[in-house]
Design a binder for this molecule. Sequence first.
Ligand code: ARG
Length: 564
Amino acid sequence: MDFIQEIARAISEVTDLDINDIVQSIEIPKADMGDYAFPCFRLAKTMRKAPPLIAAEIAEKMKKPEFLSDIKVVNAYINFYVDKTVFVKSVLDEVNKKGGKYIESETGKGKTIVIDYSSPNIAKPFHIGHLRSTAIGNSLNRIYKALGYNVVGINHLGDWGTQFGKLIVAYKKWGDKEAVEKDDIKELSKIYVKFHEEAEKDPSLEDEARSWLVRMQEGDEEALSLWKWFCDISMKEFNRIYDRLGITFDSYAGESFYNDKMAAVVDELKEKNLLTESRGAQIVDLEKYNMPPCLILRSDGGTLYPTRDISAAIYRKNTYDFDKCIYVTALDQNLHFAQWFKVIELMGYDWAKDLVHTPFGLVSLGDGKLSTRKGHVVLMEDILNMSVEKTKKIIEEKNPNLEDKERVAEEVGIGAIIFDDLFNSRIKNVVFDFDRMLNFDGETGPYAQYTHARACSIIAKSGAAKSESNVDYSLLSDEASFNVCKVIKEFPEKLEEAADKNEPYIVARQIIELCKAFNKFYNENNIMQSEDATKKARLSIVFAVRDILKAGLDLLGLKAPEQM
Ligand code: ARG
């Protein structure tokens, strides 16, 4: 039952207010002020009375819906108290019917969302800076899917551009085929770093690199075969990581995919009189909009990062007809996106408004930004391995007899990293700290997974296969049981909010709320030793929590092991 809707209906019957407006104004008050509250301040103008009087009048006139135990007026608020048994029954009946699908909805039915995320650059290592885009994008993908959207996940691989010219020069000068074959991406990134060191002393190397890029663009066989080789080597490493993270994409159309599509876009920009020449280059002047110009063609005819993004956006609109296209990248790309979004608008495409940049803050190890150029990179794979190793040690201490330790350590170790990344609002910088993320008692992935495993183990011990249908819910009238149901009931709204704001942390925090509520319930109520009817009732909470936690963790891209 939708309590808010029902309360709003009862209020609308005794006022001139629109039911949807009432729904919008109903709040969830702080402790002891009831379960829902309706503030009457806004009505003072039209009703020409003091808000507390209005509150009293509505409360007096309205017909109390059956599921309410009480209605009280406090100043300008009408506070509604839900009958606990009715509330608990309505939540648990539904969860036990739908399982984890309880939190899903069909809000997005018929709408398409494109999400561009992860998108690492080929021939550079997958470092922990890429972690954020990967984790956030993957979670948004799952969140939108749970809301019924058709989601297209795109890995816009950085597989074209100046870095290849540099890499070809570096490889021809200092590369060794065998070393690359053996140490793949590490060797490539080593010579890439060397290129930058050498180019500082000898700037002509940069010209050489540019001429190799031009050769690539002209279809030169040697240039292209080296390029292809570098791509294959990188993809092998990326796929190893995606497999471990459980991530797949619907499309891997990277920057090179647009090579044969950019000429038409450049022509279109010309036709629409948007291109101007500036020192030999072709640009779109954005001075009017207080931005530096958007670079479209270099003086040597080479295309640029924005050229490829503009082409990609037009291609995606034509191919997927998206309602929204979301780009998950670091905050330092803000200007890039603002510029080319503006170009799309100036081209006359009204869907420019549906392009959304979803930026995030930096990850650091506590000592500044991670960089590929200077060579202080922290490889993603090393980080995953470290976390899994540490988790193995913790499991060894906590539960030495656990079956399948390797798998659980992998699921918990990797889950810890992802959860930690998603626990705060995107824009906040993240300082990497294993002690924090692996704390089984903190607000962490392992804590949430552990709580889920606890629910699974209670169920296993009870011998029940599923929640029973004839439960006496009046046995769950204690505050702790009620509170678990309240947190579950809020979950679907939190999911909507997470999608509205593109913020997975809203889901992560709701998971922690549910874990806390459940652990309190577990500490206060003996489940196994209680008498039959009570045990049955309490178990119905355990089943519900198990299903909601599993579904919630899945929204963040975490596995939910049954034992830990
Ligand atoms: N490859 C870029 C990087 O590593 C991210 C690409 C993001 N997507 C896009 N369509 N520009 O910084």
